[in-house]
Design a protein around this ligand. Structure first.
Ligand SMILES: [Zn+2]
Length: 363
């Protein structure tokens, strides 16, 4: 569907570009597809916008975004439906002209375009013509953006709790002041009320979740499962702390990333120990030869799931050492990498060794 839309747009562009039109020729262009756009910083701009002011300096490109944002703040007036630039507006805001305004050679406007103002003289339901539209209020103060924009004013009053659904007197007065039908006002108030209700519900659910999280203890989590499925990182710091405190791992102040590393190392160590002690128990109960083991591991589901766990735990190592896979398959391969009966720990704190080490460790 998207592909077709682009294709149609390109065809329309080819057909009409350069064709004669009243007072000249048509100039047509197709915008760049999102994947090949020149402005590649959309991702970072989004990140900048959703990050709190104090943490923004950590976002790549923040200096550039901040400069643009400041320029907008100093020169633009924003309403609900418009955005107007005024050269040298920085002068009135910070008391001096910015570099952009000083260096700009071009036409200058000294004042903003006045926003529509109702004409109360009969016949009513009109706005004053532009030349008669005031830029200041009766008391001499500058007019606020959207001061006669019905929707913006209704929203403002709703959130200030000055008007609500069912408040017929207020609605009637608003309808007369801004010349808008009562039905339209009620419809918009209903919409705003729904938004408020949804917001309230989300807040309540969040609080409930918070209470649940706080009441949970170490034993309410399946730590091994969380580790194996890679969902440890989804936990909050206070939840990770429950594990750290339970095992008294450290009293140092750690970042979330450091805590995750510590937990992963500790959980994997516990899994390794469990496998080793299980293997020890099995070996002492029923010693068997290598050929017996091969036939057993393929027939016993418990044994094969244990093998899976070894591969899972050793996964990090086998990626770094491709020959490790061969060590499992080939009995005659170089045994020096994993001396029999010796468990080594890799740089992540995970225990590494060949499958054989768990059977022969206590020999
Ligand atoms: Zn300026």
């Amino acid at each position: 569907m998207v592909k077709n839309a682009w294709r149609v747009a390109e065809e329309v562009h080819i057909r009409i570009n350069g064709e004669p039109a009243p007072k000249g020729f048509i100039a047509s262009a197709v915008s760049e597809r999102p994947g090949v756009e020149f402005f590649y910083n959309k991702e970072w701009l989004t990140k900048y916008n959703i990050t709190s002011t104090t943490k923004r300096p950590e976002v790549p490109g923040h200096s550039y975004f901040q400069k643009v944002e400041k320029f907008f703040e100093m020169h633009y007036e924003r309403g609900e439906l418009y955005m107007e630039f005024l050269k040298k507006d920085c002068l009135s805001k910070v008391g001096r002209s910015c570099n952009a305004c000083t260096e700009w050679i071009g036409p200058e406007s000294t004042k903003r375009t006045p926003r529509p103002f109702p004409d109360t003289s009969p016949p009513s339901h009109h706005y004053l013509p532009l030349e008669k539209t005031p830029t200041i209020n009766v008391d001499g103060s500058t007019r606020e953006p959207d001061d006669f924009q019905p929707r913006a004013q209704l929203r403002k009053r709703f959130f200030n709790k000055e008007i609500k659904l069912g408040d017929s007197e207020e609605i009637e007065a608003f309808s007369k002041q801004y010349i808008v039908g009562v039905d339209l006002i009620e419809e918009y108030l209903q919409h705003l009320t729904n938004i408020e209700l949804r917001k309230l519900k989300r807040k309540q659910e969040k609080e409930k979740l918070k209470v649940n999280e706080a009441s949970k203890s170490y034993s309410d989590y399946d730590w091994e499962k969380l580790y194996k499925t890679g969902r440890l990182k989804n936990l909050k710091v206070c939840e990770l702390d429950k594990y750290v405190q339970h095992y008294k791992l450290t009293t140092r102040k750690l970042t979330k990333a450091e805590k995750l590393q510590l937990l992963s190392a500790h959980i994997s160590q516990r899994i390794c120990q469990k496998i080793i002690s299980n293997a020890k128990a099995t070996t002492s109960q029923a010693p068997f030869s290598q050929s017996e083991h091969d036939s057993q591991s393929s027939s016993s589901s418990e044994e094969s799931s244990s093998d899976d766990e070894v591969l899972n735990v050793f996964g990090g190592y086998s990626r770094e050492h491709d020959s490790f896979g061969d060590a499992i398959m080939d009995e005659d391969s170089d045994e020096d990498d994993f001396p029999v009966g010796e468990i080594t720990v890799n740089r992540y704190g995970r225990k590494v060794g060949s499958w054989r080490s768990r059977y022969t460790q206590d020999e």
